[in-house]
Write a new protein. Structure first.
Length: 95
């Protein structure tokens, strides 16, 4: 059986070298990852590289990369949009 996985990306912070402090910082970080700073992402990682091929892809507007920056991936209201706990039962076998 294959493995199912989810990738989650924040969007809404566009890198802009002439924009606000947040947009300038995003531009610099995005550029360091992709060679281009004018991308959309969570302020640290551009969505274009956060969303993994073959995964269930979820984009959440306004989510920031870090907990100190406001609404982030681990915020209670955000977790409810992407985290679905699964309960696994380990099968046991006798030898």
């Amino acid at each position: 059986k294959g493995v199912a996985y989810v990738s989650v990306a924040g969007v809404g912070i566009i890198g802009d070298e002439d924009g606000s402090a947040t947009a300038r910082q995003a531009f610099t970080l995005y550029k360091s990852f992709t060679g281009r700073g004018d991308r959309d992402g969570d302020g640290v990682v551009p969505a274009s590289i956060a969303l993994l091929p073959g995964s269930r892809q979820i984009q959440i507007t306004g989510v920031r990369h870090s907990p100190g920056a406001g609404k982030w991936y681990g915020s209670e209201s955000v977790l409810d949009t992407w985290f679905v706990p699964r309960h696994y039962t380990a099968s046991s076998s006798s030898h």
